[in-house]
Ligand binder design. Structure first.
Ligand code: CTP
Length: 397
């Protein structure tokens, strides 16, 4: 329930703005007070009159409305709410937020605020998939903005795919979860993420294609549920999660040392793609081409960090979760991996190039526990993370 909560609802311009009217009603039903803000573009889709009638409050529209500045300055307006919700959030407002621009009331409020911000994106599928929007999305997540949806589906423009705004009730559920109990409060959870880099010489290294996206999303979800997260990360492509204690490492051996130093923990989640081997003959000078032939690299096996923690006899975290990156026979390999390493759960995924999972924004996982294999439908890495975080919370209570 949302009694005594004030939500500053920013509606930006898009056909989904009509769902914003229903959203106001749903938020009201649950006891929330809604202060509405309309961008100029949003006014093309819904009228200020209908918005204010449903909200039962004045609609804020213009940065330079001096009467409003006298009544309530934009700084105060941006901070008087318990939550700022941008729904629908267009590609344009996401770009402005990511860049920190402030050229109208909505973007100024978002820049001036110290209040938690949630966005429910809505746009054409190509705009959503565009690398610029995906970059902005990643930036916003890194800045601590919570993102709801978008959903797949038929769009007003006649195309099909991700970009449809989440339904009002889905948005309300996310808002309620934001204000709801935080089941992981007081729990320390260790998360490893990203690839490791194993040096060959000072300029070359062995790496893998892990972007760190799934581990980062998981850390964010755990933090959203109240956990105190230590995030041990190799050199990832995505920004580390806000609110975690971040320990950056390069190699598997450094990762193992950081993990051991971070224990004890209530749970440990190993989402990193750790290199299995390191080069023992790594040179401290750059290897040069030589007439004497090609360089010969010697390898040693890296420590298995997950197996080490799973098999600890003293101080083992209550729940140890591994990931399994497989390209074939996913469930069989992952089930064997769970037994071999001794972890409690394995989150298995198919990382063969055709799935687009490694380095992509979506994931299709199979959760393997002592009860067997549970295949989840393909969904965003953020949704996989939240579903897993909730399961972890259930297991730790
Ligand atoms: N892992 C680890 N330390 C390693 C290798 C892997 O902690 N040296 C962890 C990963 O973080 C992941 C799990 O073990 O949680 C499985 O990783 P994966 O790369 O799928 O398996 P491998 O152990 O490398 O096994 P294989 O080479 O047989 O696939």
């Amino acid at each position: 329930m949302l009694q005594n909560k004030r939500i500053l609802l920013i509606l930006t311009g898009g056909i989904a703005a009509y769902k914003g009217l229903d959203l106001i009603r749903r938020l009201h039903e649950r006891g929330a007070a809604v202060t509405p803000v309309l961008t100029r573009a949003a006014e093309q889709f819904v009228t200020p009159l209908s918005v204010s009638a449903l909200a039962g409050e004045k609609v804020y529209r213009d940065l330079f409305d001096l009467t409003d500045e006298a009544e309530m300055g934009h700084i105060q307006l941006s901070r008087s709410a318990d939550l700022i919700l941008v729904a629908p959030a267009t590609a344009d407002i996401m770009a402005k937020m990511a860049q920190g621009r402030a050229d109208d009331l909505a973007s100024t409020l978002l820049l001036a605020t110290d209040t938690p911000v949630m966005i429910a994106p809505a746009m054409n599928v190509r705009m959503w998939d565009h690398p610029a929007t995906q970059r902005n999305l990643e930036q916003l997540r890194g800045d601590g903005v919570a993102v709801i949806g978008p959903n797949d589906g038929d769009m007003a423009c006649g195309e099909f795919g991700p970009g449809r705004m989440s339904e009002p009730l889905e948005i309300v559920a996310a808002v309620e979860a934001h204000f709801g109990p935080k089941p992981l409060t007081g729990k320390h959870i260790l998360v490893t993420s990203g690839p490791t880099h194993e040096p060959i010489d000072p300029v070359r290294y062995i790496a893998n294609r892990s972007s760190g996206a799934q581990g980062t999303a998981l850390a964010r979800a755990l933090i959203a549920l109240g956990a105190n997260v230590t995030f041990v990360t190799g050199p990832a492509d995505v920004a580390a999660p806000q609110g975690a204690t971040v320990v950056p490492v390069q190699t598997a051996q450094e990762m193992q040392a950081a993990v051991n130093a971070a224990l004890p923990a209530d749970a440990a989640i190993f989402a990193a793609a750790v290199a299995d081997w390191r080069v023992t003959s790594a040179s401290d000078k750059k290897l040069k081409k030589s007439k004497d032939g090609l360089p010969i690299l010697e390898f040693a096996e890296n420590p298995d960090i997950l197996a080490g923690v799973s098999q600890m006899t003293k101080g083992r975290p209550g729940l140890v979760v591994g990931f399994a990156a497989e390209t074939n026979d996913v469930v069989d390999h992952a089930t064997a991996k769970r037994a071999r390493k001794g972890c409690d759960w394995i989150v298995a995924n198919d990382v063969s190039p055709k799935t687009g999972i490694m380095g992509g924004t979506e994931n299709a996982v199979v959760l393997i526990t002592d009860k067997g294999a549970d295949a989840w439908p393909r969904m965003s890495k953020a949704d996989v993370a939240m579903r897993l975080a909730r399961k972890i919370a259930d297991a730790l209570v």
